[in-house]
Ligand binder design. Structure first.
Ligand SMILES: [Zn+2]
Ligand SMILES: [Zn+2]
Length: 255
């Protein structure tokens, strides 16, 4: 079994010391662990504490070129975008796809939302509500927002599904499968049950194991997901980055 790449890693471009390392450091650790490819996926632009700034993108690209030259690791430029409305809007613009190789999307707090109403219905309700016993109304609203986001955007990976934002896991995963989106088994937090993973697998959902590293030493640390894959006997053909490269939405068919 070979892990080909880690597609969810943060760097110092996730501001305010949230991400600790440089792109070169992430790539160097990836190289030392035998990974062939990584993605740099700092927090999305509307995250008012940690978000990467659009004006930093030219510097990010230059760092990627340099780190690729030095380490030989292939490096994709992505972003971990944020849900910003109940209508499934996400904080990427059409023009961002000129530089984005892949798009990750998850729910995060401390994000500029589309409107006060979206702030109340997405952030506030989920911050004060129980993560384990969401009301039916909250669960439906959260699920609908994710389904609409999957419909509107070419999302390659849903990050840490249900973390602070409970959804109908299977409904989201089923549409993800239909859209060619991978459901992440996050290296730090997996917020669905083993039974739910088995059900998703039976439905043909495709997973990806990622580290969500915020320090270079954690790049490639995907044991949380890998252990579950082996424990539950999930077919490796349904894990995008084991023994093969993932096929991302806008590169599909090219490799
Ligand atoms: Zn995240
Ligand atoms: Zn992350």
């Amino acid at each position: 079994m070979v892990l080909f790449g880690d597609y969810h890693t943060h760097t110092k471009y996730s501001r305010h010391n949230h991400g600790k390392g440089t792109i070169l450091e992430n790539a160097s650790v990836a190289s030392s662990k035998g990974l062939k490819q990584i993605a740099i996926t700092d927090h999305g632009f509307n995250h008012f504490c940690f978000g990467v700034r659009r004006k930093d993108i030219p510097e990010v690209k230059e760092d990627i070129w340099n780190a690729r030259e030095v380490t030989g690791v292939d490096i994709l430029l992505g972003v971990e975008a944020n849900l910003i409305s109940t209508d499934g809007d996400v904080d990427v613009k059409v023009e961002d796809f000129e530089f984005l190789d892949i798009l990750l999307m998850g729910y995060h707090k401390l994000v500029h939302m589309n409107s006060q109403k979206d702030f109340r219905q997405i952030n506030l309700v989920n911050m004060v509500g129980s993560p384990f016993r969401p009301s039916k109304e909250r669960l439906n609203r959260n699920t609908t927002a994710f389904l609409k986001a999957l419909d509107k955007y070419p999302i390659d990976i849903i990050t840490h599904l249900n973390y602070g934002f409970p959804t109908d896991t299977l409904a989201v995963a089923k549409l993800a499968k239909e859209k060619g989106t991978y459901v992440e088994l996050n290296g730090k937090r997996i917020c669905f049950t083993e039974q739910e993973i088995l059900t998703m697998a039976n439905e043909g959902v495709n997973f990806i194991v990622d580290s969500d590293a915020h320090t270079p030493d954690r790049v490639g640390e995907c044991n949380e997901g890998l252990n579950l894959i082996f424990k539950l006997g999930i077919p490796l053909s349904q894990v995008a980055n084991i023994d093969k490269f993932p096929k991302f939405l806008r590169t599909r068919g090219k490799n």
